[in-house]
Design a protein. Structure first.
Length: 394
């Protein structure tokens, strides 16, 4: 095997296997809220699945436990690792924890908890070496997705109650800006929070000419935190300056009807498209042809669409938030916006200035070159291996 579809070379896979063997990590369990095959899967699920795949290729027996996914069996195998989908969106947390405590699906030498809003509370019950992946602080996301009383419970759990149980657990996050939030807002010790950026699939690469007319692309779940309503308003204002502009917002979610109504009321049906879920190949084609990638998101651990588009030679104009601040090299691979007006201004600058757009396009490619999935798989495994070796010594 020369490489794993470009994700990692034979030598890189071998190094992963050696690291796991040295730390005694033959079997690793992963706990995740959603599976990659869930209709609402996003960057977190791509991240977990790709790492599980590379670890499995290195000889680690990986089992991922998630909630039900519509149309999917309760148990299946994907790219060499086992996926167990049991319980609903909320019951998956106690059920997965109890199942792991009882060892119903085999023993383990290490555990990875993916804390995506609601924690599995693994430090309370896990006796094997364990780490937690925490991509970002959810903060105001609770108010965007839940009724006020439940949102208050979620915020309190995330900011006040749960962190006390994770003080001694190694945390892996995706960006330095997210690490700053975890240290400042959740009061984690800096020494316990490790930064491992996500990789980029080599399929994302420049190919063919750009669209002959301005093309703006956004990709993400149609949910409140992504603030596509803000983006639609920005695109309507932008169209007044660039009447030949087209915009494509890729993704599905429960805010679709509201966005369709907003676009129709603005008279923007002819130039703002909502194609829904499309294939990876179609997404890559859009990235390659786009003049700019944009996002008005309020919270991101990283913003994988930003660096995927960058690898295709497409710069970004996105909100100035944690995650985006690392996914974009400001002034080199894209622009950061601190307000909706700044988002419009940044997009207008990129679309209207070919020299700026060309410089940012070249910078985007160079910025993206440093992010590989092999490095991500190794960096995350190093944190778990260090914890396993520490426990063995003590």
């Amino acid at each position: 095997m020369a490489d794993l579809e470009g994700l990692a070379t034979t030598a890189e896979i071998a190094k992963l296997g050696d690291l796991a063997a040295e730390a005694g990590l033959q079997r690793v369990a992963m706990l995740a809220w959603r599976d990659l095959d869930d209709p609402e899967a996003g960057g977190s699920e791509v991240h977990a699945s790709t790492i599980a795949r590379l670890w499995a290729e290195a000889g680690i027996e990986v089992t991922m436990r998630t909630s039900f996914a519509a149309g999917q069996p309760q148990m299946s195998w994907r790219h060499g690792y086992r996926v167990i989908r049991k319980a609903g969106r909320y019951m998956v947390f106690p059920r997965a924890a109890f199942s792991e405590m009882m060892g119903w699906h085999g023993g383990r030498d290490g555990l990875v908890e993916i804390w995506n809003g609601m924690p599995f509370m693994s430090p309370v019950w896990a006796r094997t070496p364990h780490v937690t992946w925490l991509h970002h602080v959810h903060a105001d996301m609770w108010n965007m997705t839940l009724p006020p009383k439940l949102a208050a419970v979620g915020r309190t759990l995330e900011s006040t109650i749960a962190p006390k149980f994770y003080r001694r657990t190694p945390i892996v996050t995706l960006s330095n800006s997210s690490r700053h939030e975890l240290v400042t807002d959740l009061k984690f010790k800096p020494s316990m929070v490790h930064v491992v950026p996500p990789g980029i699939d080599p399929r994302f690469s420049p190919l063919g000419p750009k669209s002959p007319t301005p093309l703006v692309v956004a990709v993400g779940r149609l949910v409140p935190v992504k603030q596509f309503d803000v983006l639609v308003d920005a695109l309507v204002k932008l169209h007044a300056h660039h009447p030949t502009m087209e915009a494509v917002i890729v993704g599905e979610g429960y805010r679709r009807e509201q966005l369709e109504a907003q676009i129709h009321e603005a008279g923007a049906d002819q130039y703002i498209q909502l194609p829904g879920h499309i294939s990876d190949e179609e997404v890559i084609d859009l990235y390659q042809r786009a003049w700019v990638l944009t996002s008005a998101s309020a919270r991101e651990g990283w913003g994988m669409t930003v660096t995927e588009a960058a690898a295709c030679g497409t710069p970004a104009v996105v909100t100035r938030i944690a995650g985006h601040s690392d996914a974009v090299s400001e002034g080199r691979s894209g622009l950061l916006a601190g307000s909706p007006d700044e988002l419009v201004d940044g997009l207008n600058r990129v679309l209207g200035d070919p020299e700026l757009r060309g410089r940012l396009s070249q910078g985007a490619r160079h910025h993206a070159e440093q992010f590989t999935w092999a490095a991500t798989a190794r960096g995350t495994l190093e944190v778990l291996a260090a914890e396993a070796l520490r426990r063995r010594r003590s």
